[in-house]
Design a protein around this ligand. Structure first.
Ligand SMILES: CC(C)(COP(=O)(O)OP(=O)(O)OC[C@H]1O[C@@H](n2cnc3c(N)ncnc32)[C@H](O)[C@@H]1OP(=O)(O)O)[C@@H](O)C(=O)NCCC(=O)NCCS
Length: 240
């Protein structure tokens, strides 16, 4: 399917052991990072995300995946673990991975941040609410109990992390410096961020059992979500 240039595009895929023909498309840094990760699920997520980003960008730009100059330099230390950027391009990129989901996003001219988390109570550890919430948000959260609390917290966390990824600071900026307008019922966080930063939140669907959020530093037009597994399968078919 052609990728409309002015829309924002999101691809979701499942971390997988990919064929050598696809692994050969990665950069030396991307391969080295995969090799350093001893935890197998983490390695799969990292490698699948790097390939999905190359596959999505290749479809968007027409440049072969292995030739895309993706720069991952960290703004703080210069190491190859920062927000990905495409050199000499107005495209803005974002990557997320957790559990069995990998997501990448491409926007034109507007910084974006994508985040995904499994909706599992065990992911919430003591002190996380204090770390993440403003007093208003904590009051909203405390109106939930049991599984509904975990769902609400993980939706809030995902939305805030998406905002901080769009900003490019990640968690270097305390989550409590950004305040969101809580939604009603089990709805995701959408619309303008209430205070702390000018950003907008959008609903995305990483699949059942996951909370996902997309943030942007200016209002976005159309947002299209795509099947990243199918994109990788098509790329595997032409590279094998
Ligand atoms: C960005 C951050 C919130 C991601 O957290 P996470 O739980 O690993 O979440 P996700 O899986 O959703 O995102 C990982 C992706 O975020 C991207 N990313 C890394 N730093 C980023 C930043 N500052 N802004 C936006 N995106 C960033 C990368 O593409 C990374 O994917 P990769 O590891 O496959 O390359 C977290 O790593 C962070 O706060 N980083 C900045 C602070 C920091 O540690 N700086 C290093 C100082 S040397």
């Amino acid at each position: 399917m052609p990728v409309e240039p002015n829309a924002t595009h999101i691809w979701w895929a499942t971390p997988a052991d990919l064929p050598q023909s696809l692994l050969d498309l990665l950069s030396d840094d991307e391969r080295a990072k995969g090799a350093r990760l001893r935890h197998e699920p983490e390695r799969r997520r990292s490698v699948t995300a790097a390939l999905l980003l190359r596959a999505a960008l290749a479809q968007r730009t027409g440049t072969p995946p292995e030739l895309l100059p993706i720069d991952r330099r960290c703004d703080d230390c210069g190491g190859p673990h920062g927000r990905p950027r495409l050199a000499d391009s107005t495209l803005e990129l974002t990557v997320t991975h957790s559990g069995d989901r990998v997501g990448v996003g491409i926007a034109t001219g507007v910084p974006i941040g994508l985040d995904v988390e499994p909706l599992e109570q065990k992911r919430i550890t003591e002190g996380m609410a204090g770390l993440a919430c403003t007093p208003n948000e904590e009051r909203w959260l405390d109106a939930h109990t049991g599984d509904a609390y975990a769902d609400a917290f993980l939706r809030l966390w995902t939305a805030k992390e998406a905002v901080l990824k769009a900003l490019g600071t990640g968690l270097m900026k305390p989550m409590t410096e950004v305040e969101l307008d809580p939604p009603t019922g089990g709805e995701p966080f959408t619309g303008p961020v209430r205070s702390g930063v000018q950003a907008w939140l959008y609903r995305v669907d990483p699949g059942k059992g996951y909370a996902g959020s997309l943030a942007a530093l200016a209002p976005l037009g159309e947002i299209h979500e795509h099947d990243g597994d199918a994109l990788l399968a098509r790329l595997a078919a032409v590279t094998s």
